[in-house]
Structures are given as C-alpha cells and as structure tokens.
Write a protein that binds this ligand. Structure first.
Ligand code: 4AD
Ligand code: MG
Length: 478
C-alpha cells in the first residue's frame, strides 16, 4: 500500500480509512504513543499502538530517529494537541536508530551543536521549518519573474573575468598542484597550458553575462550559486551563496528600485501565505528567546508583524549624500551600540551606519542610491556630476545590505575609460564591450543575496543556519 504524506493525513482527507505513514520517530511515550514526522509539515502525526498488540522486540526498536512505517486507521483524536491520529495495526521498523548515540535528542540543542550536525539538524522542527521556508521562497522567486515576462538564464559557474573587480575569487585549475605545473620563463605558472588555455575562477556574479542576455531577451533573471573568497567570518557572509540577479533592458535606476521593492514584497507575501505553520513556529521560538533579553534589547515587533510591515510599507529612498548628512548630524547613543560617526563624504558605509539608518533613523527598509563612483564597481552608470554613480543598495532591519544593484554604464567610451582607469584588461571583457558597441541601451539590474532574504523571513540571525551545508572560512566539513 502506498503511503500518504503526514501533511495530507493531518488535513483529514483519508478519515476513517486505512492509511500508511512513513517517517522518523520524534518521541515514543508510554510504549504506546509515537510522534511521527516525515518532513512534509512541522506537525507530527500521533500513532497509537494498542497495548500488548506488538511484540516486545518491535517496541524496543521504536526509538527517537528510527525510520518506521505505520499502517492503521486514521481517526479523530481524543487527546489534546492533534485533530487526527493513526490507530496502528501494523508497524515495520525500516531503519533502527541507536537512542544513545543519535545526536538529535528530543530536547533543545544549541545552534552551534546543530551546525556541527548539519546532516541531521534538518530533523529538528526549527530546521525543517527553515528549509521548507527556503524552498517556498525559491519557488516564489521563479513565480514572480515567470509571471512578469522574465526569462531564466543560467550563467556560467566557471568564468574568466571578475565581475565585481574585487579580486575575491576562488581559482579553478586542472594543473597539478605539486609544483610540476608548466611555467613561464619568469617562473610564473603558464595558464595557457591549463584546461581552458587561460586562468579561470568560480563566478562571483552572473551579472555581466546576464546583461548580454537582457540586451537580447529584454527581461531576464539568474538564480544560482556564487562564490566569494572574502575572508569575512561574519554572520552575514558565506563563501558560497545563492544570488538572484534580474537584468532589464530599457530600465533606469528608478525602474530598478520599483522592481526590487515589488519583487521583495511579492516573495515575502507568497511565503507568508504558504508557510504560515512554519513561520508561526519560528516566531514562537523568537518570542521565547526574547524573554531572556533585557527589556531594552527586545524586538518591538514579532516575526509576523515585521514581515507584514515590510509588505505593507514603502521602502524609504534616500541618496547617499542625504544619508551622510543624517549620519553626520547623529550622536552616538549612550550604550555605544552605534558608533556611527562618519568622517566625510566618499567613505563607504559600515554595517553599523547602515543599521543606524534602518533601525534607528527611518525604522523601515531603506534604498540608498547615487553612491560615490570610487567605492562602487566599474560597470555603474556615471551621473552628470562626474563623481556619483547610479547605484542602489537596499538595507533591511537586522540584516543590513540585502540587495546591491545599479543602472549600467551603457556608453562605450565612458565604460572603456573607466576600465582603463581601474586597470581592467579590455581583452578580458571584449564580449561585454561588444554589447555597448552593437545596439547599446539604458539597462539596469540588481543582485539579491538569497540567504540574506531567508535570514530576514525566518528571523534567524546567523547565515550558517539558513543554507543546508554552509561554506565559511575553515569550514567545508560536509
Ligand atoms: O552587492 P553585490 O556584490 O552585487 C553584485 O554582485 C552585483 N553584480 C549584483 C547585480 O547588480 N547584478 O552582491 C549582491 C548581494 C548583496 O547585496 C548581498 O545580499 C549578497 O549579494 N552577498 C552575499 N551574501 C552572502 N555572503 C556573501 N559573501 C555575500 N556577498 C554578497
Ligand atoms: Mg554590495
């Protein structure tokens, strides 16, 4: 007999019928009540064993973590806490789990401990909820773009160029690492002998290739893994993260801001509707956690209130120059949480500056635009003032930068001049420059760090907890 997902059983669709459920035992009480979970929902189904109806041998093997198959009748539950349960008549142990050795005990584990057991942490309520929310958010991303006339483009993982010009790339090579690689006369490695006949890296962004596609298909998006060898061991950085990068021909920066705001609101709304049970569970965890904090540090809004706030309020749009004036006019608060004094125009904003603007000053998501050219990437459209570029960053409460984007420099001469000034070799990006030679036009796009979005929606605080197997400095265990 085919088994039914616990989510469907709990919806009561097979009431009074013979059903089969398969899953992993969460708890087993009084030799009689099994709480069974199969990952389809945060909720367990209770399987009730008639006393003495099962051999002692089987009963002993019903332990936390064991995989079992239960057959029985789905009935309305007399007990509290669940509407339906299975009155079991057949039980099969599919895979034993040594209760003494199974790391995921039915108790509260620390997030650090769970990170060390990333292969098993998904069997907890918290991680089940996070990963279901992540999956729904991914679907919402595709739904938004597909419903709005965007085409999904798969940009390469292995590239010959550094899209961000930040030099934070993982190198890819097929040459031997034992020193026997072919060398040039000066002793440097001869990459002409490498697999691709040149030096290659893992991509830091699919933007440049995405631009080429936008200049043909009109509206495109990418959604794939990107890699950065930046040595920032923070709760917001991963060495391997997923980025969503839409790119739209004929969009200017204002259109780009409208798109980003509309897109973010849609994916959050969609996920709140589809994942209510999971989000309520994550919210309950946060409310519990807040209780242990001093009153002053407690959050003013619950998770659901925060999500609703973002969906229903306009993001505040402020130029970099205005933001600097606000920061200059602000005073550090007493407990020195925000040391946000900024020296002068032209400085890059630190995360504490961003958090001050979002969390203390505006108290809502903020879109900062028109940044100094010197602190932004080469491809951004230079403004007429000659010193700022049409860049935008979206800053979120508790997260900081969640989106980075811009209107692109569409003028061939200006772009070439900029690349020369930054020593970016033209022969590396000849194909990119071609898009400015043949039918160039105004276009814009942005990149949204998917894990930062998942952080915001789940209310988690460490990015290592919202991706299945995180890669960070000194850590690629799984
Ligand atoms: O601001 P970034 O570097 O922008 C770009 O890569 C552009 N090429 C995007 C574009 O215009 N198409 O990165 C974009 C976003 C950041 O705002 C942040 O959310 C996320 O990617 N991000 C990271 N997320 C996790 N770990 C890291 N190390 C990240 N670096 C950037
Ligand atoms: Mg950025």
């Amino acid at each position: 007999m085919k088994h039914t997902k616990i989510k469907d059983l709990l919806a009561g669709s097979n009431l009074l019928q013979e059903v089969v459920a398969k899953g992993w035992v969460r708890t087993f009480r009084n030799n009689q009540f099994i709480a069974l979970n199969d990952g389809s929902t945060i909720h367990n189904i209770q399987c009730v064993l008639e006393l003495d109806a099962f051999p002692e041998e089987t009963i002993k093997r019903i332990t936390t973590g064991a995989a079992i198959s239960v057959k029985g009748t789905l009935v309305e539950s007399q007990g509290k806490g669940q509407k339906y349960e299975i009155q079991a008549n057949t039980l099969e142990i599919l895979g034993d789990s040594d209760a003494e050795k199974y790391p995921i005990q039915p108790k509260k584990h620390s997030l650090e401990f769970l990170r060390e057991n990333a292969h098993l942490r998904i069997r907890t309520n918290m991680f089940g909820a996070i990963m279901r929310v992540r999956s729904t958010l991914s679907y919402a991303v595709h739904k938004y773009f597909q419903d709005n006339g965007f085409f999904y483009v798969n940009t390469p993982i292995i590239t010959g160029s550094d899209a961000e010009g930040a030099g934070e790339m993982f190198q890819v090579t097929s040459l031997p690492l034992d020193g026997s690689a072919p060398k040039n006369e000066d002793g440097s490695i001869n990459y002409k002998e490498d697999f691709f006949g040149k030096h290659t890296n893992l991509t830091v962004s699919g933007q440049l290739e995405g631009e080429a596609y936008a200049m043909a298909l009109g509206s495109i998006y990418t959604f794939g893994p990107t890699f950065r060898a930046e040595n920032s061991n923070t709760s917001r950085h991963l060495a391997e993260f997923w980025m969503i990068e839409p790119e739209v021909a004929f969009n200017n920066l204002d259109d780009n801001m409208d798109l980003a705001e509309d897109f973010i609101k849609f994916v959050i709304k969609y996920t709140v509707e589809k994942c209510e049970d999971d989000l309520l569970q994550l919210e309950a965890r946060l409310i519990d956690e807040e209780k242990s904090k001093p009153q002053a540090d407690r959050s003013e809004m619950t998770l659901m209130e925060k999500l609703k706030f973002v969906m229903e309020n306009n993001f505040k749009r402020v130029s970099y120059t205005e933001a600097i004036d606000i920061l200059k006019g602000s005073k550090p608060n007493k407990n020195k949480k925000f040391q946000y004094l900024i020296e002068e125009w032209g400085a890059d904003l630190q995360s504490e500056h961003e958090r001050f603007l979002v969390e203390k000053h505006f108290k809502c998501p903020v879109i900062l635009f028109d940044y100094p050219a010197d602190i932004k990437s080469f491809y951004m459209r230079l403004n007429d003032d000659g010193k700022t570029v049409r860049a935008m960053d979206i800053l979120f409460p508790g997260i900081g930068e969640i989106v980075g984007g811009s209107q692109r420099e569409e003028r061939y001469d200006v772009l070439v001049e900029k690349m020369q000034a930054l020593n970016i070799p033209e022969e590396e990006l000849w194909w990119y420059l071609d898009t400015r030679k043949f039918g160039s036009a105004v276009h814009s796009g942005f990149g949204l760090g998917f894990e930062r979005l998942v952080l915001f929606v789940t209310g988690m605080t460490n990015i290592r907890d919202v991706i299945p197997f995180p890669r960070t400095p000194q850590n690629a265990e799984f």
